[in-house]
Design a binder for this molecule. Sequence first.
Ligand SMILES: NC(=O)c1ccc[n+]([C@@H]2O[C@H](COP(=O)([O-])OP(=O)(O)OC[C@H]3O[C@@H](n4cnc5c(N)ncnc54)[C@H](O)[C@@H]3O)[C@@H](O)[C@H]2O)c1
Length: 302
Amino acid sequence: MKVLITGVAGFIGSNLLDYLLEKTNWEITGIDNLSTGRLDNISHVNDKRFTFVHDTVRNIKSLKEYQIIFHLAALPRIQPSFEMIIDHVNENLINTLHLVELMIKENHYPRFVNSSSSAVYGTPRNIPTTEDEPFASLSPYAYQKEEVERYFDILSTRYPLNYVHLRYFNPYGPRSFNPENKFNAYSSVVGIFLYRFKHNLKLQITGDGLQRRDFIHVADLASANYLAAIYPHKLNTAFNIGFGSTLSVLELAKMISDNYEFIPKREGEAEITFADISKAQKILGWKPTVQLHDYIRKEISQ
Ligand SMILES: NC(=O)c1ccc[n+]([C@@H]2O[C@H](COP(=O)([O-])OP(=O)(O)OC[C@H]3O[C@@H](n4cnc5c(N)ncnc54)[C@H](O)[C@@H]3O)[C@@H](O)[C@H]2O)c1
């Protein structure tokens, strides 16, 4: 089995690579242009089944050799998407459509596991939120994720696309915070808080800290990707991938340190995320396993 991971040197891509090398005997090609990812994230991998390609997704000429594509490459931050608008459209929408067009041109339809986001729900009306919640994007980034999903749904009425959208809630875990990434202020709050705690810096809470998040460990995202990839029938649908519980940012800060301060609220971010994960549990047989407080306890005791 030959598979492709786009964005392999990023936070989630590199963790997915580790998971798949451990779990399967697949041959894995990973592509990354190292725009927000870094080689350090994959430099520990020493396995002949893995080939790294330093290039942009846009230069991929064929997908024919792959049976599965895990598409993670993106500019994945909400706040920069308000400023570098066209770059985000190109990276998040056009590059994905480039891959879709290749599949259509080559008449080859591998299982396409698309990394989507809970941001497509905006601040949802229904809590916990099921996949039937209407799209209500609050940022260009969220809107690009929404558009990608819609393109797949629409194009699948004409072409035999074979895809799964995984709507990640709030991922955390190893490598989530890249100090060299110019957008790191907007990365996962768990990673930022732990970094600041370890460097004796005040934790910075945006707004009043009462915004609530459904935090999900990256190992659980990797298992969701794997199960979505091996599911024996066509799915062509979306799944929520969260823990199915919610915690405020202030509560999270207090779990880590009492040395914190408040900074201005950011627009474009949801007041609450809280996943109903019963669809992924029922259909994919997926279940999150890592408890946030266990992870935090381990990290702050190191
Ligand atoms: N981390 C989150 O909070 C979160 C939440 C929901 C969804 N997602 C989605 O999950 C996916 C992975 O996110 P992440 O947190 O690992 O981000 P990340 O920035 O760590 O990883 C993205 C990777 O894609 C690479 N990349 C960007 N443009 C590329 C291109 N044109 N060609 C090749 N590589 C390219 C980057 O260099 C980086 O290594 C993204 O699609 C993101 O939108 C992330």
